[in-house]
Design a protein. Structure first.
Ligand SMILES: [Zn+2]
Length: 407
């Protein structure tokens, strides 16, 4: 009897608690101070990189979270003329998994090893990137809120438990096209209809598993904006989502037969999750891997970047309008906007308003973003695939759901 009363009181307390950032009232200043040039969160992964001078012979370098619990992560580093460039991970979806950091306040420091005893160094944010605010996956209405605090000669992670705010979501699903943009229409079937049907099905099933899911559109007759507030690109940022999936069905007019699944991702990723998506969609949907070799990395996994001829044509268009061309675009810039513009600085987002064909993406300089994938489940233009698209939705979507559960 007493026990149940205690539980009720605890629940009430939790329900009314909000996420208050605990800014530590102490600064543990270390003798050495090291610059952080960039830090970011992509999906659930925190990454950091920077450089510092060091006259000694560095034999090891760790990033350490010092709190009640201590976490230690080996850093990759290169030494050039006494300058050390360090990085946690070159893949933006690897690094520190923020889902695994227990609540508390952690000073983020470097341990520089010249011998068995390390020199401890404080970190200072040397760039103009802002602090990040991350919410762990929703669990029975609760999340951990993680913020970085970069002030003076100290860099902290604050992890606080609380109720998941209403406007925070785990997964944003984007049913491609919509409204007058129908996508291809084949045998009376429009792509936008399939996209919405599959997205609604995923929403129901993922919500039943406890994930907070939001779709970029619920209405099939409305054209939603690409950029800006409440837009296709804006929504994953605004909801602080960890995963963003853009759903599509392929179409091609060609002599060669095209069919099967293609998963598109940014180039600087560990592609294990993309591979899982492809494998599971093919397996559970009774589908097949696409035979397309264009931008193919592995069976079912594709990384499509700008080609140099496309950049040249793009630049020419800007020259003719006397508008300075984007400096950041290269052959490692993702081609699809749903992947590039949803990933902020990490995926080379560039839509800053100078191109008068598009509205500005207000988040193009963000250092926190959802991990984005474009799913081409199958080809509507292939009769055998179209039959599966109509009849195998449960299987195709089981592939997506199994991938997410095991991620
Ligand atoms: Zn499409």
């Amino acid at each position: 009897m007493v026990k149940s009363i205690v539980v009720i009181i605890l629940l009430l307390t939790l329900n009314f608690s909000s996420f208050e950032d605990k800014i530590p009232d102490y600064l543990k200043e270390n003798e050495k101070v090291v610059n952080v040039d960039f830090f970011n969160v992509y999906g659930k992964s925190f990454n950091i990189e920077g450089s510092f001078e060091d006259g000694g012979n560095v034999i090891d370098l760790n990033l350490v979270l010092e709190g009640e619990v201590k976490y230690s992560f080996p850093l990759k580093y290169k030494i050039e003329n006494g300058k050390i460039n360090y990085q946690l991970n070159k893949n933006i979806n690897e690094g520190i998994n923020l889902e695994e950091i227990t609540p508390g306040t952690y000073q983020v420091i470097l341990e520089i090893f010249h011998s068995d005893t390390p020199v401890k160094a404080s970190l200072v944010n040397a760039n103009d990137v802002a602090d990040v605010e991350y919410y762990t996956f929703n669990n029975d209405g609760l999340s951990n809120k993680i913020v970085t605090i970069s002030k003076d000669k100290s860099f902290f992670l604050s992890v606080v438990e609380g109720v998941t705010p209403n406007n925070v979501f785990d997964i944003v699903i984007d049913p491609g096209h919509g409204g007058s943009d129908t996508g291809p229409v084949i045998d009376g079937y429009a792509e936008k209809d399939f996209n919405l049907k599959y997205a609604l099905d995923l929403e129901v099933k993922l919500s039943a598993l406890g994930y907070k899911v939001k779709l970029t559109r619920y209405d099939n007759e409305v054209n939603i904006p690409t950029y800006g507030l409440n837009s296709r690109v804006g929504m994953p940022y605004e909801t602080k989502a960890k995963i963003f999936l853009s759903l599509h069905f392929n179409n091609i007019v060609s002599e060669q037969r095209f069919y099967g699944t293609e998963i598109y991702a940014a180039p600087n990723l560990n592609l294990d999750f993309a591979k899982k998506l492809a494998d599971n969609i093919v397996e559970y949907g009774n589908g097949s891997y696409s035979p397309s070799q264009f931008s193919k990395v592995m069976n079912g996994v594709y990384v499509r970047n700008f080609k140099s001829y496309q950049i040249d044509e793009f630049r020419k268009m800007f020259d003719e309008k006397n508008t300075p061309f984007y400096e950041s675009i290269s052959t490692s810039t993702p081609y699809y906007f749903v992947i590039r513009e949803t990933g902020g600085l990490m995926t080379g987002a560039y839509v800053d308003g100078r191109d008068d064909r598009y509205d500005e993406n207000p988040y193009y300089r963000s250092n926190i973003a959802a991990e984005a994938y474009l799913i081409e489940y199958a080809y509507m233009s292939d009769p055998s695939d179209l039959n599966k698209i109509i009849n195998n939705m449960d299987g195709f979507n089981k592939g997506v759901i199994e991938s997410i559960i095991n991620y």
